[in-house]
Structures are given as C-alpha cells and as structure tokens.
Design a protein around this ligand. Structure first.
Ligand SMILES: [Fe+2]
Ligand SMILES: [Fe+2]
Length: 330
C-alpha cells in the first residue's frame, strides 16, 4: 500500500477521537474571551476617556515595537490562507457530511479569528500606525498565500502547526512583556491572552502528532525530519509593503522581531528542542533503518543550529516601514 493511503487510514483511525480533542483543547463560544473584552466599549459613556487613555499609553512604545505588533497582526489576519490550506490536507473532508477533522479546522479557525480582530482594532485606535498601508499589506499577503512545503500531508502539516503555535505563543507572550514594561497593562493583557490560546493550540497539534507516532512511527519520524531539514517557513514569509515585490518585507520584519527579542533564531532552536522532548523522539521504537537515521539527525540538530544562531548578527538600526511613520513615534 502506498504511504499516502496509509496516511489516509491513520487520519480515519484518529478521527473517532477528534470530537473529544475539540472538547479538550478548544473553549466554547459562551465561555471564551472576545476582542471587545480588551477594548474600549463603544456603546459606553466612558468610550472617549478610554480611547484617550489608549492613545496616551501608546506614545510610550518605541518604533520597532509597533512594527512587530503590526507584523504579528497581519500574520494573524492572513487566517483565510491557513484555514483553506488545512481544509485541503489529506483526511480532512468538509463535504459529504461531518468529518471531525473538518470540524476541528473550523473551530480552530473560529478561535484564531479573534486574534487578528483584537489586534487590528487596537492598532486602529492607537493612532500610532498607518492603517491603510497595513490593510494593503494584509490584502497582498492573503492574495499571495504561502508556501510551507508540507504538501497535503497531515504528518508534515501537524509538525508545522505544532511548531508555529509555539512560535506564536513565544512572540505574543514577549510582546505582552514589553508592553507591561512600558506600563501598558491593557495591551499586555490582550497579548497575554492571545498567547494562551496559541499554547492550547500547540498542545492540541502536538497531541495529534503524538497519536500518529503511536500508529505509524517511521513515517511520522521521516515527516518530522523532512520539515526540520528544510526549516520551518514562517507563515508571513511572502510579506510585502504596497508597491513592492512579494516577500520583500519579511526579512526586515523578522530582523525587527529579533532586535527587540520578540522572536529570535534561538527561540527557533528552543522550539525544536521542545518538540523533540515532547514527542520523546529518543524513545520511539519500531523504526525502519531510514527512520532511525532521521531520528539521529533530529537529535543532533538543536546543538548544530544553536552554534549557527550564536553567530547571526542583526542590524542595529530600525528599518522604516510604511506601516509606521517615524514622525508619529518619539
Ligand atoms: Fe493566532
Ligand atoms: Fe495560532
């Protein structure tokens, strides 16, 4: 039987537990936070006071901080790309009745949608950024899509999402810390609660992978190896500003995030190590010779990458984006 058919069988086998995994890892609409919980109430009498407070506190945050917050928001706003991608993964089926994997994707998307929503509204109210330029970048990014090298393979895609959810946890959590340091408690709370969602999602996707390791260890190991060897591409790697070519803004966005310590190449290696520990890669049994070799490669990879990460130099000066006009920031 081809490995593709085995993957489909594995996805069908795991599907019976997906309903209970939705209950375990996702929070019902009536219980979960909503963007307005962290924003001025536009129906309330204190709206203008609350708005003034947001705008005053915003003045304390530096240029690079805004660039990172904008880039993070745009990455969240490209959710249509991620949902349509995941719906097309082998074993996910949204037609012919209810497939539990399709339900997972919809419910996950519904939670994720609140992230871009709350950040977008905050940025709009802050008065610190050029929303029209940001909106153009978002439209470009959704139109440009992404290329993450996972094909329609559920194994590779779940490695990717396990990694990415943890990466977004790290970056939202660090932004929260920086905001708090500058006395912006409200923004800190907002980013902290987003990072909490990302952590839950990370645990969910990691459990999917864990379950696949139990039934198809060699192929799961090879998929993990494949993804890490080609490196995890960030979902916004096609980022561009208006009038520029595809992908041209990504590197400077990523440099900015490194410069202020929101997401660095060391974090990348830490995440890899966490996945190796979480899936107990050293203890997996019943591997083919090829998968044994893949395991060896993976076990050594964090050390190798950490040595490279130490050598990376990030430009000291801020890169100026159309999203944030320097004149508006002290
Ligand atoms: Fe998110
Ligand atoms: Fe996420």
């Amino acid at each position: 039987m081809s490995s593709k058919n085995v993957r489909l069988e594995v996805m069908q086998f795991l599907e019976k537990d997906v309903e209970s995994l939705i209950e375990k890892y996702l929070i019902p609409v009536e219980k979960i936070w909503q963007p307005t919980d962290f924003l001025p109430n536009s129906e309330g009498n204190r709206f203008f006071e609350e708005l003034t407070e947001i705008r005053e506190l915003s003045k304390e945050l530096p240029y690079d901080f805004w660039v990172v917050l904008v880039g993070d928001m745009i990455t969240e706003e490209a959710l249509p790309t991620y949902e349509s991608w995941l719906m097309d993964v082998e074993g996910v089926n949204q037609v012919d009745g209810e497939n539990a994997w399709a339900k997972w994707v919809r419910h996950w998307t519904a939670e994720e949608n609140r992230h871009g929503d709350v950040l977008n509204k905050y940025l709009y109210l802050s008065g610190r950024v050029n929303m029209r330029e940001i909106e153009k970048t978002t439209q470009h990014l959704i139109a440009d899509g992404f290329d993450i090298g996972t094909d329609r393979d559920p194994y590779k895609n779940f490695v990717y999402t396990s990694f990415q959810e943890l990466a977004t946890y790290v970056s939202h959590n660090r932004v929260a810390k920086l905001a708090k340091e500058k006395g912006n408690k409200q923004l800190a709370k907002m980013c902290k609660i987003i990072s909490g969602d990302e952590m839950r999602h990370h645990h969910a996707y990691s459990e999917f992978v864990e379950r696949i390791f139990k039934v198809d260890p060699s192929q799961m190991m090879l998929a993990f190896h494949y993804m890490m060897k080609q490196k995890i591409t960030m979902p916004a790697h096609f980022l561009r500003e208006s009038g520029d070519k595809i992908g041209t803004a990504f590197e400077e966005f990523s440099n900015t995030a490194q410069r202020i310590g929101v997401y660095t190449s060391k974090d990348y290696v830490d995440i890899l190590q966490k996945l190796i520990n979480r899936w107990e890669i050293d203890k997996i049994t019943n591997l083919s010779d090829e998968a044994e070799k893949a395991r060896d490669y993976l076990m050594k990879l964090p050390n190798r990458m950490m040595r490279l990460a130490d050598r990376i130099k990030i430009p000291e000066n801020s890169f100026q984006f159309k999203w944030v006009e320097p004149a508006r920031i002290k």
